[in-house]
Design a protein. Structure first.
Length: 339
C-alpha cells in the first residue's frame, strides 16, 4: 500500500500531468443560463466534469444546476470554483508546503502538511456559497460576475480545528483578528493581494477548520489544494484556498478585500432601495436562509395535478425547521418533508 505522502505526491503529479501547468480549459459546448446574456461555454478542467465557464483568467466555474437534484452533497468534480486573481499557483508540492502562523503569538509556527495531518482530525458538513451566487437574477442588474444559482456547494470537510493550531502557537493578549492569505496572487503589483480576516473569537470557536479533505478525497486543486479554510455558515469569501499564511493582529484588518470589497449595508435586512447607496456598511458575514426547487428546471412545463417537488434549503447556522411551498402565489402552502 502506498503511504499517505506518496499518494499526495502522486496526486500533485497527476494535477500537473493533467494540464495544470497551463490551466487551459477545453471548451465543449454552450449552455444558456436563465438570466439576461446567459450564454456560457461549457468547459472541462482537470479534476472537474464539464462546468459552466464564467471567466478563464482566473478560472471561475459554476456548477450545472441539475447536479443539486442528485443529493445533498456536491461531488468534488462538480464543485464550483471562484478566484479573484489570475496568479493561481500551479506548482504546489505537498511535500514542501508549509502553513505559517505568526504575528501576536508566543511561538510562531511553520507546519508541514504532514504535521497538520497528524493533529486530531474532525469532520463536518458545510455549505460553501459565494456572495455573488444568483447575482445574475438581480433586477436592476448589479456589477460583478453574472452568476445563476451554481456558485454554491455542500461537502463533507476533513481537517483540524483552526483553534488547535492557534492554541499551539499561543495567541497573545490583545489579539483582535487573524488575517488569512493563500498562495495565489495578483498579476500586477498594483492589485491588492486576496487577504481576508476573521475576529479572533470566531477563529477559535472550534468550528472554523483547516481542511485538507473533501468528500473523502484530497481537496481538488481548484478548490484550494492542499489546505483551505472552512468557515461554516459564512459566505465563501472567508474560505481562503491554498492557505499558507495566518497572522494574528491586534487591530481590525483594513486590507482591500475587507475594508472596501465584500461589504453589505448595515441595515436589519442588509438591503437598501435600488439605486440608493447604504449610509454604512459591514463586512459580509453569515448566510441568509435560502431554498431551491431542484427537480424542476426553469421554464419546464408541468401537467396540472399532483407533482412531487424536490429541493434543498440551508442557512447560516440556526438550522432549517420547516420548508413550505406555494404554487398559487402564497395563498396556500404545503409543508415539505425534510431529509
Ligand atoms: N486563495 C483564495 N481563496 C479564496 C478566493 C480567492 O480568490 N483566493 N476566493 C474566495 C471566494 S470569494 C469564494 S466564493 C470561495 C470559493 O471556493 P471554491 O472556489 O472552492 O468554490 O473561495 C474563497 N477563497
Ligand atoms: Mo465569493
Amino acid at each position: 500500500m502506498l503511504d499517505r505522502r506518496e499518494l499526495m505526491k502522486r496526486a500533485g503529479m497527476v494535477a500537473l500531468a493533467t494540464g495544470f501547468g497551463s490551466l487551459k480549459a477545453l471548451a465543449l459546448d454552450n449552455v444558456t443560463l436563465p438570466i439576461g446574456n446567459g450564454e456560457r461555454p461549457l468547459v472541462k478542467y482537470p479534476q472537474k466534469r464539464p462546468m459552466i465557464g464564467l471567466t478563464e483568467r482566473p478560472p471561475q466555474l459554476e456548477t450545472p444546476f441539475s447536479i443539486f437534484n442528485d443529493g445533498p452533497i456536491t461531488p468534488n468534480n462538480a464543485f464550483f470554483v471562484r478566484y479573484h486573481l489570475a496568479g493561481v499557483p500551479l506548482d504546489i508540492d505537498p511535500d514542501k508546503f508549509n502553513l505559517e502562523i505568526k504575528g501576536k503569538v508566543d511561538r510562531p509556527l511553520k507546519l508541514s502538511l504532514k504535521e497538520i495531518r497528524k493533529l486530531k482530525a474532525v469532520e463536518l458538513v458545510a455549505v460553501n456559497q459565494c456572495s455573488g451566487n444568483s447575482r445574475g437574477f438581480f433586477d436592476p442588474r448589479v456589477a460583478g460576475g453574472q452568476l445563476a444559482n451554481g456558485a454554491m456547494g455542500n461537502a463533507r470537510w476533513h481537517g483540524v480545528p483552526l483553534k488547535t493550531v492557534l492554541d499551539m502557537a499561543g495567541v497573545q493578549q490583545g489579539a483582535r483578528q487573524i488575517t488569512l492569505n493563500g498562495m495565489d496572487g495578483p498579476v500586477m503589483d498594483t492589485t491588492p493581494d486576496f487577504v481576508k480576516a476573521l475576529d479572533i473569537d470566531h477563529a477559535r470557536d472550534g468550528e472554523v477548520m483547516l481542511a485538507y479533505g473533501m468528500n473523502g478525497e484530497d481537496l481538488p486543486f481548484l478548490n484550494g489544494f492542499p489546505l483551505r479554510l472552512i468557515v461554516p455558515g459564512y459566505y465563501g469569501t472567508y474560505w481562503v484556498k491554498h492557505l499558507n499564511e495566518i497572522t494574528v493582529i491586534d487591530s481590525v484588518f483594513d486590507g482591500f478585500w475587507m475594508k472596501t470589497a465584500y461589504r453589505i449595508p448595515d441595515t436589519p435586512c442588509a438591503c437598501v432601495d435600488p439605486g440608493t447607496a447604504p449610509k454604512a456598511t459591514v463586512p459580509i458575514n453569515r448566510f441568509d436562509v435560502r431554498s431551491f426547487i431542484t427537480s424542476v428546471a426553469d421554464g419546464a412545463k408541468l401537467r396540472p395535478g399532483g407533482t412531487t417537488l424536490k429541493g434543498i434549503a440551508f442557512d447560516g447556522g440556526k438550522g432549517i425547521k420547516e420548508v413550505a411551498v406555494s404554487t398559487d402565489d402564497g395563498k396556500t402552502w404545503t409543508t415539505a418533508r425534510l431529509g
